[in-house]
Structures are given as C-alpha cells and as structure tokens.
Design a binder for this molecule. Structure first.
Ligand SMILES: [Fe+2]
Length: 474
C-alpha cells in the first residue's frame, strides 16, 4: 500500500495506513497524544512495521540509556524477519538499531540512504534532523534538508514541516533573514508544528530582535496545552528576549510560571531550566533554591549518558549547588562513557569536547582556576560538537568568558575584543565586557573608545527595557 506521499508501506488495509499517517502527523505536530496514537496503531496493526519503528524512534527521544536496550531488541526482531519489510523499512529498522546502540551517526548514514532513494520520506528527514542537531552538525543539517527540497512543493503533504526544518537549518548556518521568512511561511501553512514556530524564534534571537521576539510569543505562549513537553523549550526562547534586554524580574517571573512547574525527568526541561538559571547567575542575579531540583536530577543521572548537551547542564546544576564531589563523580562517569564510545567505534569526537568542557568546569569549581583557564581557552572555538543550537551553546561561550575573566583579565580582554560571546547580544554579555574593559590598566585610546561604544549599546537596551517592557506590563 502507499501513503499520502507515495511511499510504499507494508500494511494490510487502508485503515492501517490511515492510523499510521495520523500518528506521524501528530508526532510532527508535537501533540501530546502522539505517543498513545502510535501505541494503539502498533497494537491494532502488528504487521505495520513503520508504526513499530516510529514508536522506537519516539522512545529513543527520551534520551536515556534506560530505554536503549529494549528498542535495540525491537529493531533486531524486525531485522530478523527481513522478508516482512520492504527495502526502505529494512533501512529504518537498521537506523533504529544503530541509534539504540548509541550510534546516532551510524543511524544518520542509513537515513541518508533512505532519503537518497525516497526524498519524500518525512520521518527519515525528521529523525536525521533531530539527531544531527544534537550532534552539533549544522552544515549537515542544512545540506540534508536541501538535498530533498527540490523534490518537494506545496502539493506534497507535509511540505510545511520540510520548510520548518529548512528554516532552522538556515538559521544554524547563519542565514537569519531567509530563516525567518521561510519559518514564518511554514507557520502560516501549519501553526501546529512547534518546530517551525521555534525556527522563527531562533532567527529573532540571533538577530537580536527583542521586540520581534516578544511579539512572536505574546499570543502563542498560552496556546500549547495539547502539545508535548517541547513546548517548554519555546518558553525558554520566550524568556531569552527579556533576558537580552536585562529585564531579570520578567525572566524570573516567566521562569517560575512557565519552566519551574515542568517535569524534571525530561532532558530538555533540565537543559532549559539550567540554561536560564546559569544565565541569571552570569548576570549576577540570585536565583535562590531554584537549582536544587536540577542538582537532584543530575545526581540521579550519573552513569546515564546519551546527549552531551544534557550532561553539561547537569554539570552546571552540580557546580552551582556546591556538589563538588558529585560533580567529580559525574565527570568521571562522562569520561567512562566517552571511552565506551571509542571502544565501540562510535563517533566520540563531540562527546570528547563535552568531557573537556565538563573537566574545565570541575577544575574551576574546585579552585584550580589557572588549569581551568588553559583548558577552556583551548576549547573556546570548538564548542559546536557538544550539540544544540548556537543560541543554546552561547551560554557556554559566556561561561568560558566569565571563568577566564576571573583568572586572566588580559586573555579575557583579548577574547572579548574579538567579539567572542558577544553574539547574540545580551545585556549580561555587554555588562561582562564592560567590567573586563574597565579593569584594564593602563588603558589606551582604543580601549577607551570601545568602552564608550559599548556603553551606548547598553544604553539602547536600557531604554528598551524601561519603555517596551514597562508598556507590556501596563
Ligand atoms: Fe531552540
């Protein structure tokens, strides 16, 4: 049988195809019912291998080693009966197996093959996009979407999802204007796909469009009751705009109402929450006991390593709550995970960067600032492979700058003069820059001029904060 995009499915009835397409659509639209839809599709149509594969993919998106063994068994069971699957389905089962074994790079190679043969395979594209994003490969993110784009147009069902992914990939490769306009077109076609909404938010963040960002979220934030926990990440984006303006009261208000009530078991919630708290601390704002729950999660997560980016946020939670022994144990356990990746012949390069960064944070917390600075200085331009977006990664650039500033003002000044961590431009990064510049002695004319121009940039944000945000509250 064929689905609406012309892909051949091993299915026994049009009802089975309809149920599968409903589950896929719900998954692509970030609906919270997607999990139960795919579960019932698997139960009702056991011959429908793609439903079982979709369920496996969604399970791996929990991003915990606790689920990998079970999914690996499911993939191996599918592959043990290859005659029941067509070639494309066999490849999906192989990708599922690779990913479940902790090898998303291997899975991406299989999805590449699927997309070359069947560019309308939206699930292969989505899973490639997702795992490539978490492996910090923006060029591959874009080239993969652009390799299938010529085969799509408005007449192909699901085109809006492809546009949303394209917008995101453009953003992560520095093409912000195109990203924003394609993202807006995708949202116009389908406002339900939160990834497209998210792509526009990224473009606004990277362009420093604070008022545009607040406008983008004003009517949307409270409309996602039926969406899955990815909605928390959109709250994170919404919070970045008042943060950029230096309106920390509003940041804390949005954190407490939007992020704090969310689960502490979902990896992205941990990232979102830790990222905001760490940014507030970089702006010298007290966050009280808000870290405690996250530190507890991090302690429980020791030994369970999948995404480097989550692990780094766990390190921040442990570092900010003074759990130095637990942090050392966590970083040791990350080091052991890196070794296991190497032993298995998997792509360990990204994780290697995360381990080095985590060690730098541990050294800083333990008081060995000089060694931390050397380690982090060497790493400063190599952060991409830790995964996540530029907007998310900018936190670590700012943290590196802060640590270097504490121990080596001269190197910090040269780092900041090069524009490092100044993008996207947030009040907190400007303030850090000013503090470093003003501590330089003796100061030359260029440095004095730089101080004046930086103060003007800060003044613009000040005015925005007092006029725009006050107007929002009234
Ligand atoms: Fe994002």
């Amino acid at each position: 049988m064929q689905d609406s995009r012309g892909l051949t499915l091993t299915a026994e009835s049009s009802d089975a195809v309809g149920a599968y397409e409903g589950a896929i659509s719900s998954f692509l639209n970030y609906d919270s019912v997607a999990g139960s839809l795919v579960k019932s599709t698997v139960a009702d149509y056991p011959e429908l291998a793609m439903a079982t594969i979709l369920r496996g993919y969604m399970t791996l998106m929990i991003e915990s080693s606790a689920v990998q063994g079970k999914v690996q068994q499911i993939a191996e069971h599918l592959l043990a009966n290859p005659d029941r699957l067509n070639k494309r389905e066999q490849n999906h089962a192989k990708a599922l197996q690779q990913w479940a074994m902790g090898n998303p790079a291997g899975a991406a190679l299989v999805w590449d093959q699927v997309l070359a043969a069947t560019p309308h395979d939206l699930l292969a594209l989505k899973m490639h996009h997702y795992t490539t994003f978490w492996r910090g490969r923006p060029a591959a993110l874009r080239s993969t979407v652009e390799s299938v784009l010529p085969f799509w147009d408005e007449t192909t069902p699901g085109y809006d999802h492809v546009l949303g992914m394209h917008a995101f990939a453009l953003n992560e490769t520095g093409r912000y204007e195109e990203a924003e306009s394609i993202g807006r077109a995708a949202v116009e076609q389908n406002p339900e796909d939160l990834w497209s909404v998210h792509s526009v938010a990224h473009a606004l963040e990277m362009r420093g469009d604070i008022t545009g960002g607040v406008d983008w979220f004003r009517e949307r934030l409270d409309t996602w009751g039926s969406k899955n926990p990815f909605r928390g990440h959109l709250w994170w984006h919404a919070i970045l705009f008042p943060y950029a303006a230096g309106n920390y009261e509003e940041v804390l208000r949005l954190y407490d109402t939007g992020l704090a009530p969310l689960s502490t078991d979902f990896f992205l919630d941990i990232q979102n929450r830790a990222s905001i708290l760490a940014r507030l601390e970089l702006a010298n704002i007290e966050v009280g006991d808000r870290w405690d729950e996250l530190a507890e999660f991090a302690i429980g997560r020791t030994g369970d390593h999948v995404l480097a980016f989550t692990d780094l946020h766990c390190c921040l939670a442990l570092a900010s709550t003074g759990h130095s022994q637990e942090l050392a144990r966590f970083v040791d356990s990350m080091t052991a995970h890196r070794a296991s990746l190497q032993t298995n012949g998997y792509d360990a390069a990204g994780y290697e960067v995360a381990v080095t960064l985590a060690r730098g944070i541990e050294l800083w917390v333990s008081g060995d600032g000089a060694t931390a600075v050397d380690q982090l200085w060497a790493l400063r331009d190599e952060l991409l492979p830790i995964g996540g977006s530029h907007a998310q990664q900018s936190l670590f650039g700012q943290l590196i700058t802060r640590i270097i500033s504490e121990f080596d003002g001269q190197r910090a000044a040269s780092l900041l003069a090069s524009g490092y961590s100044a993008f996207p431009s947030h009040a907190a990064t400007i303030d850090s820059f000013l503090a470093v510049l003003e501590s330089i002695e003796p100061m030359n004319r260029t440095q004095r001029a730089l101080i004046e121009s930086t103060k003007s940039s800060r003044e613009i944000l000040n005015q925005l904060e007092t006029t725009y945000f006050s107007a929002q509250i009234e």
